[in-house]
Design a protein around this ligand. Sequence first.
Ligand SMILES: [Fe+2]
Length: 383
Amino acid sequence: MERDRQENAKFLGDFDELFDIKNSTEELALVENLAVTPAEVYPISIESVMEMIFTPGEIYWKKKSGKLIKVLRAGEAVDVKAVTKFKERKMDLAIKWMSSTEMVDLVSGHFEQLKNAINELERVELRKKILEWFKESYWRADKKANFLDLTQIGEKVFYTFNEEMSEILKGTSQMIFERAALVGTIGVFSALALGHTDFKTLQDIYGLCYLFDFAFDKNSYSFNLNKATELERAAPGDGVAFLIVGEDTGPELGPFMQHTFRGARLARERCGKFFHSEGILKNITIHHERINGNGFPLRINEDEMSDVEELIIFLNSVIPYRCFNYELNDAKGFFKKIVYESEVFGLNESITKRFKKMIIKVMEGIGAEENPSPIPSIVEATK
Ligand SMILES: [Fe+2]
């Protein structure tokens, strides 16, 4: 067990590097002080910013003196109330674009075509196009790659929550909300690789990733629960152990242990209208499961899981609960890394052999043949 934890810690260290997460105050200060020049920013209206769910770059307040003050991080969930204040104060805003509009529009266009496709042949061809694009940067690392492009595609194509629900989700935890934007979009590309070409299913998988911890709200989601969530993700059992105080069970252990079932029930009651199929919401119950049975609450194992369940466990295990620094990170080849190297870093419990084999087969094969790749069935991929 101790060895597993050490390996997990090493894995997390590598993930910090992969996502370029800065932990020390000195490093944070260094990032904050990276100077932006006027040539790098473009004027943007406050109204345009208010329409964004997540920022596609850094937003600055351009003072009369010309000095630029960062007011929103890249990939930050836009707080409409805060931006309204910018409007009241008649602040001039400017943006340093960090996601590629051209790239986001191109891939979003493919997804829109997928949405309107009328036959399976068309869907298969679009799946190939989308996965080829994804492979180039996020698997094979041939091109510069940006996590922000992914979150922007997700927002543009798949986001369905209305303003009221968005505020509720952001209110519980801005960090979880922003993380979901990344987890959900990676979920869409993974599901597509697994052979899900139905647009509605992809959209439902994206939305589901925002609701894993829906049982908590802004009043109940405490510092301790936040910490337990990340500890549990990194090493099953650690989050639960953290909430036990002395000889007694701490006050937050019960809500934590119950949040998967409770979250699924609440999501059905309040969020069903944002989904094509409410049935997808039952997957909230399994987001803390692990394939070796070390998770909770059901301790299910690999043989009892559907491919969507395997996907949810994979996504929720490998992406840390932290704010990402979209300014400095490079997403080149990251998807291949998290699929291949989970084994090396001791996170075997996060990815089933079947899922891993399937993803590798599809990602290595896509674009490698002249004819459109057929969608392999899971059975075929595991032979
Ligand atoms: Fe959770």
